[in-house]
Design a protein around this ligand. Structure first.
Ligand SMILES: [Zn+2]
Length: 140
């Protein structure tokens, strides 16, 4: 049996509302949308606040610090592109300011002994190609 090279991971496709977000990720900066009407920060980037539906929103730079809100350890690749990367950690990280984002936890052993709810995390960027850098998180 021959081992095939897995297909590449399909990169996210920036949209008009998220172009700025992806440009800043490329510079290894994490920026979030902020609602001036209810003073909340949220993810994913969109013009209308998901909390109060205000359009009075802008961008703010995140510190990149957060805590682990939830996680799962993936032992079987959900699609061929992830073959050979398992086990890996998928997670929801709660950033300073309250926004929660889906991501991966890296630089940690994918084992419940090492991944803990509430652990302090720091953003890091995975340069997928010349256009997309994915924000991921590592222990702070
Ligand atoms: Zn709002």
């Amino acid at each position: 049996m021959t081992q095939q090279t897995p297909p590449p991971i399909t990169p996210p496709q920036p949209q008009p509302e998220s172009d700025f977000y992806w440009e800043k990720c490329k510079e290894h900066e994490l920026w979030l949308r902020h609602c001036k009407a209810c003073d909340s920060t949220y993810f994913y980037p969109r013009d209308i606040c998901p909390g109060c539906f205000s359009r009075d929103t802008d961008w703010i730079q995140s510190s990149g610090r957060g805590i682990l809100h939830a996680f799962a350890i993936v032992h079987r690749a959900p699609v061929p592109a992830f073959r050979g990367k398992e086990p890996f950690v998928t997670a929801i990280v709660e950033l300073e300011g309250g926004a929660r984002m889906p991501t991966n936890i890296v630089d940690v052993e994918a084992d419940p002994e090492h991944v803990k709810i509430g652990m302090a995390l720091q953003v890091t960027f995975d340069d997928l190609d010349d256009k997309i850098s994915l924000p991921k998180f590592r222990p702070a």
